[in-house]
Design a protein around this ligand. Structure first.
Ligand SMILES: Nc1ncnc2c1ncn2[C@@H]1O[C@H](COP(=O)(O)OP(=O)(O)OP(=O)(O)O)[C@@H](O)[C@H]1O
Ligand SMILES: [Mg+2]
Length: 364
C-alpha cells in the first residue's frame, strides 16, 4: 500500500473511531442526565385552596438552586410539596427520583431539611454528636457511621475542634447552632438538602461564611441544594434561581445569564441628581430611550438603555430639561435584574398566566 493511501485509510479509520466515540459519549451523557427535582404542571396548596399554580421545572443533580420571591409568593409551599410534606393537587412532582404523591416515605429518606429556626431541628441540651445520633438512628444508620459522618460534616463546616461536637448546643453561638442544624440536615447523606432561609438574621460576614460552607458541602458530597432566601447574595452561589410571584413561577434560569439579558447586556448608568421634583423624575422616565429606571438611592437612579447612541440622546435630553447629574457606568448584578423584573415584568407575567389558565378552563 502506498504511503498516501495508508494515510487516507488511517485518517478514515480515525474518523470512524472518533464518530463512534462521539456517539457513545452522547448516548451515555443523555442517559446519565438525572434530575434531583422534576416537576411537571404541579399545583399545590392547602385543603381546597390552591396556592401554587402550574409549576414545571427540572433541576440537575449536584446543582445549587435559589428560591426567591416576595413574602406570600409560595416559596415554602413549593418546598413543602417537593419534600413530600404536602401532596401535589395536580401534576407530578418527583423528588430524588420518587413521586411525592405515591411514595412520600421514599422521598423523605433521600432528602435533608434545614428549617428556618434551629430549635425546630435541634435538642439544645444535647451536644451536636448526640443530636446526630438521635436523628441518624431514625434512618437506621449504625452509630459508628453516624459519628464518622457528623465529625466529617462538622469539620467541613469549619467546626473543627472537638468541643463543638461535645458541648450542649445551647452553649454554641447563633452561627455555630446554624451549622449544627445544617449537619443534622446532612446526617442521612441526602441527595438533596432543602434549606429555608439559612442566612436570615446572621451578620453579613457569617452570611457569606455559611454560603461558602454550603458550596464546600455541595462540592465535597455532590449534594443538590435548594436554598430559600430573601438574601439575594446567595444567588451568587447558585447555578439556577427560581422566582415565585403570587403562586406562579415567573422566572427560572442561570442568574448570570438572566442578568445579561437586561438591555445592553446589563451595562447601565447610575445617575445622581442634585435635587429632583416628582415631575422632573417623571420626565426622565418619559425619555423614550430610557428603557428602565431603577431607584437605587436618594435622587439616584440606574438607567437602562439600548446602546451608546441612545445614551447620547438621553444625555442631550437631560440637558434640555436642565437636569444635571453625577454619573458612572455600572455592570448590573442579579439584584438589579430582580428589581427591574419585579417593577416592570413579573406582574405582567402573572397576569398572562392567569389569562391563559382562564382560557384553558373555558375551552374544556
Ligand atoms: N397552612 C396553610 N394553610 C392555608 N394557607 C396557607 C398555609 N400556609 C401558607 N398559606 C398561604 O399560602 C400563600 C403562600 O404562602 P408561603 O408560606 O408559601 O409563602 P412564602 O413565599 O414562603 O412567604 P414568606 O417569604 O413570607 O415565607 C400565602 O398566601 C399563605 O397565606
Ligand atoms: Mg416561607
Amino acid at each position: 500500500m502506498g504511503k498516501k493511501i495508508r494515510r487516507e485509510v488511517s485518517n478514515r479509520l480515525n474518523q470512524i473511531v472518533h464518530s463512534i466515540k462521539d456517539t457513545d459519549v452522547t448516548i451515555e451523557s443523555k442517559n446519565k442526565i438525572q434530575y434531583s427535582l422534576d416537576l411537571r404542571k404541579v399545583y399545590a396548596g392547602y385543603g381546597k385552596t390552591t396556592v401554587l399554580h402550574d409549576v414545571t421545572l427540572q433541576v440537575e443533580k449536584g446543582s445549587i438552586i435559589a428560591v426567591i420571591g416576595n413574602s406570600g409568593a409560595g416559596k415554602t409551599t413549593g418546598i413543602r410539596c417537593m419534600t413530600a410534606q404536602i401532596k401535589a393537587q395536580k401534576g407530578s412532582c418527583v423528588t430524588a427520583g420518587y413521586d411525592v404523591n405515591k411514595v412520600p416515605e421514599e422521598v423523605q429518606l433521600r432528602i435533608g431539611y434545614v428549617p428556618q429556626l434551629e430549635y425546630l431541628s435541634l435538642y439544645y441540651d444535647f451536644s451536636a454528636l448526640d443530636n446526630a445520633l438521635f436523628f441518624g438512628r431514625n434512618f437506621g444508620t449504625p452509630d459508628k457511621i453516624i459519628k464518622k459522618r457528623c465529625i466529617e460534616v462538622m469539620k467541613t463546616l469549619g467546626l473543627t475542634k472537638k468541643e463543638f461536637w461535645t458541648k450542649p448546643v445551647k452553649k454554641l453561638s447563633g452561627g455555630e447552632k446554624k451549622r449544627v442544624s445544617i449537619m443534622i440536615g446532612l446526617i442521612n447523606n441526602p441527595e438533596i438538602l432543602f434549606l429555608d432561609e439559612p442566612t436570615t438574621g446572621l451578620d453579613p460576614h457569617l452570611r457569606i461564611e455559611v454560603l461558602n460552607f454550603l458550596a464546600r458541602i455541595n462540592h465535597k458530597f455532590k449534594t443538590t441544594m435548594v436554598i430559600v432566601s430573601h438574601d439575594l447574595e446567595c444567588v451568587d452561589y447558585c447555578n439556577q434561581v427560581m422566582v415565585f410571584a403570587q403562586g406562579y413561577m415567573v422566572d427560572f434560569g442561570n442568574p448570570r445569564k438572566l442578568t445579561r439579558s437586561l438591555p445592553n447586556s446589563g451595562k447601565a448608568i447610575t445617575m445622581r441628581f442634585h435635587n429632583l421634583t416628582p415631575d422632573e423624575e417623571q420626565s426622565i422616565e418619559k425619555i423614550p430611550e430610557v428603557i428602565y429606571k431603577l431607584h437605587v438611592g436618594r435622587n439616584t437612579f440606574k438607567i437602562f438603555y439600548e446602546n451608546e447612541a441612545s445614551l447620547s440622546i438621553i444625555f442631550s435630553k437631560l440637558q434640555e430639561l436642565g437636569l444635571e447629574s453625577n454619573h458612572y457606568h455600572s455592570n448590573c448584578v442579579f439584584l438589579d435584574y430582580f428589581r427591574v423584573m419585579s417593577v416592570y415584568n413579573y406582574n405582567k407575567i402573572v397576569g398572562q398566566r392567569k389569562l391563559e389558565a382562564t382560557k384553558e378552563e373555558e375551552s374544556k
